[in-house]
Structures are given as structure tokens and as C-alpha cells.
Design a protein. Structure first.
Length: 373
């Protein structure tokens, strides 16, 4: 039932965007009939790809080249819809100028050519951006930390579809060059049935760090069997923090690493986050908390005992201007943020991507957090 509701809403949203692009952009272009006919055909084929995408995403048995073609339409339609709105605003402005009719028609034709060129350029740039993972190095000051530590954070990998075994193998190779004290994975690691994710997950067993690799679940793990995913990740030598903590570092010179289940657990009815359990007996040392969604901080009454919170979930918006919508839902979207005098919050923009293999204004990242006093 939940999939039917999701697919229905998904279809309505993209059908509306497709309708607006057709009526308010393609039909109004100062191009010949044949050109607009071909553009309309391409738009309809793109929308058809949107309808096929959910099946390809959650039952990834199609070859990668076909999956790639089916995953692009979501991003293409979204970006084209945004450009359509901009085109509409500028067209309205031109129509209200005091220029002569011929002058207005000249500007309108230039705008139309510019809009179509901008659609092509932004989509191409977004696809190219998704191929690269940037290294974000962040210095973090932690009170009473007696020894420096290096944490490498990845988040929102979304194994499934194009995020496959080869992608994870290359990611692990990058991580192993960084000399991490610990590696943390802050949720949404798996985004397909576990049976399809296992070959990619197995590569994570090759991560090297001084004190180990730690994982917390994100909201997407609940969609694909949270308990089997936790069990399988643990079998790889990666510790899932389930409302619990571990001591990291040299004796009396380290910190506590804590982790909670995702807040989606409240809707799921199980595997609910419990900050009190996660922080149990951590008061004598600095504390770093792993919580998938930045929004979870709003449910913590007092963050005095938490020095740093590491999150993901937002993807940094992934495709501009979606970051503005994310900001309506989450208190922090990306980067290092000062929550209050006691607590800092770092939000990783995501190491993989969800949906289309596209990023615009929000690069994929591996984060290196250098902790010192």
C-alpha cells in the first residue's frame, strides 16, 4: 500500500511538471512547428522514463546502461521545470517593457534560445558533477579532548542501481588513503533489497582504520528490512551503533562515539532512537554523536553532554534549488554549524546520490574531520 501511495504522488508531481514544461515553455518557444514537435516527443519519452524508474530502482535487474537512462528523467524534468519558471518570469517582464514590438520579439527569441541552451548545459553539468566525490577537510575544536583524532565520514551512499560494487570498491580505496582513526557511515547506506546490495556491501569490509568502522541506520534502511541490514553490516566487521556508545582512542585520552537509530523509527514502530541510552555513562569524556537526520537535534532537550553531532540525510539539496526546500524540513543542510555554546553539528552532503545521477550546487563528499582541543 505504501508503494502505491508513493508511486501515485510521484506520478502526479512529475505529470504536473511535465504539463507545465509543455504548456509554458515548449508551446511558447519562438521555434518552428517541427522543432517544437520533436521537443514535445522528447519530453513525453522523458516522462515515460520517470514512470519506469521506481521499478528499476527497487528491483535492479536491468543492465546498468538501461538503469542510467531510466534514472536521468527525474533530474532532467526537475531542472527543466525550474528553468521553465524562470523563462516564464523573464518573458512576462519582456512583454511589459516599452520596447517596440519588433524589439520585444527579438529579445523573446534570444530568451527562448538561451532557455533551451541553459536546459542542456545545466543537465550536462549536473551529470558530470555526480561522477566526482570531493574531499571536505574540516577542523573541529572539542573541549577537553586530550589527544587529536581523525574521523572520516561518509553518508547517504544509497547502494542500489548505479551505486554498485565497483563504486564502493573505488570509494574504499579513497578512504584507505586518508589514514583515519575511525570511519563512520551516517545512514542510508542501503537503498535496495539486501540480496542485491550484498556484493557492494562486502567491499566495505576492506576499509582500514585504527579504531574501526561504525554505522548507524538512516530512514532508507527501514524500507528494505532494517534488522537484516544491521546484522549483515555487523557480519562485515562494521559495528552498528544501536542507541549505544563505544570508547575511542587511548586510555583516558579519547572520546565516546555514540549512535542512535533514525527518527523514522517512530513511524516504523520499532528501532526508535533513544538518546539517553546512547549517552549512558559518557559524561567523563568528550562525546561525538551519530544521528542520520539533523532534525533529530530538535528532540534532544539538552545537548550539553554532546560536543559534536555528525549527520547526513539532506544531500546538501543534491540539485539546486532543492536545498531551499530541504531547509524548510531540516535545521541544517550542509557543513559545520554551531548549534549552541556546547554543540557543533556537521552535515555531510552525501557520498552517493538518490534518484538521478546528478548533482548541482551540492557536490558528493567524503569528510575528514580533524578533532583537536
Amino acid at each position: 500500500m505504501s508503494f502505491i501511495i508513493f508511486f501515485s504522488v510521484f506520478t502526479i508531481v512529475f505529470a504536473f511538471q511535465t504539463y507545465v514544461i509543455k504548456k509554458r515553455l515548449i508551446n511558447k518557444l519562438d521555434f518552428n512547428y517541427k522543432t517544437k514537435k520533436y521537443l514535445s516527443l522528447f519530453l513525453y519519452l522523458t516522462f515515460f522514463g520517470v514512470l519506469l524508474y521506481p521499478a528499476a530502482r527497487y528491483f535492479p535487474v536491468v543492465p546498468n546502461w538501461l538503469y542510467f537512462l531510466l534514472s536521468l528523467p527525474i533530474g532532467v524534468i526537475f531542472l527543466t521545470f525550474i528553468i521553465t519558471l524562470l523563462h516564464e518570469i523573464i518573458s512576462f517582464g519582456i512583454s511589459k517593457t516599452k520596447y517596440t514590438k519588433n524589439r520585444r520579439e527579438f529579445f523573446k527569441k534570444g530568451l527562448d534560445i538561451g532557455a533551451v541552451s541553459f536546459v542542456l548545459a545545466t543537465n550536462a553539468k549536473a551529470m558530470d558533477n555526480a561522477r566526482n566525490i570531493e574531499l571536505e577537510v574540516v577542523d573541529v575544536k572539542i573541549k577537553n579532548l586530550l589527544s587529536p583524532y581523525k574521523i572520516v565520514q561518509i553518508s547517504d551512499v544509497h547502494i542500489g542501481g548505479l551505486i554498485d560494487k565497483e563504486f564502493i570498491k573505488n570509494l574504499v580505496d579513497k578512504i584507505n588513503l586518508l589514514g583515519a582513526d575511525i570511519v563512520v557511515i551516517t545512514g542510508d547506506l542501503v537503498d535496495t533489497k539486501l540480496e542485491y546490495a550484498k556484493p557492494a556491501l562486502n567491499e566495505l569490509a576492506n576499509i582500514n582504520s585504527k579504531y574501526g568502522t561504525y554505522f548507524i541506520v538512516g530512514n532508507h534502511e527501514y524500507f528494505h528490512g532494517v534488522k537484516p541490514i544491521i546484522d549483515y553490516v555487523n557480519s562485515l566487521g562494521i559495528k552498528t551503533l544501536e542507541n549505544e556508545n563505544v570508547y575511542i582512542g587511548e586510555e583516558n585520552k579519547g572520546f565516546y562515539l555514540c549512535g542512535v537509530y533514525d527518527r523514522f523509527g517512530f513511524r516504523y514502530g520499532a528501532f526508535e532512537p533513544d538518546i539517553n541510552k546512547a549517552l549512558l555513562n559518557t559524561q567523563d569524556f568528550p562525546t561525538v554523536l551519530l544521528a542520520h537526520q539533523p532534525k533529530y537535534i530538535n528532540s534532544i532537550e539538552d545537548t550539553k553532554g554532546i560536543d559534536l553531532i555528525l549527520c547526513g540525510h539532506t544531500h546538501g539539496g543534491q540539485i539546486f534549488p532543492f536545498n531551499f526546500l530541504v531547509k524548510l524540513e531540516q535545521p541544517y543542510v550542509r557543513g559545520l554549524n554551531v548549534h549552541n555554546e556546547h554543540t557543533l553539528v556537521y552535515v555531510n552532503k552525501g557520498t552517493g546520490f538518490w534518484g538521478p545521477p546528478m548533482r548541482l550546487g551540492a557536490s558528493a563528499e567524503i569528510t575528514v574531520l580533524k578533532l583537536s582541543s
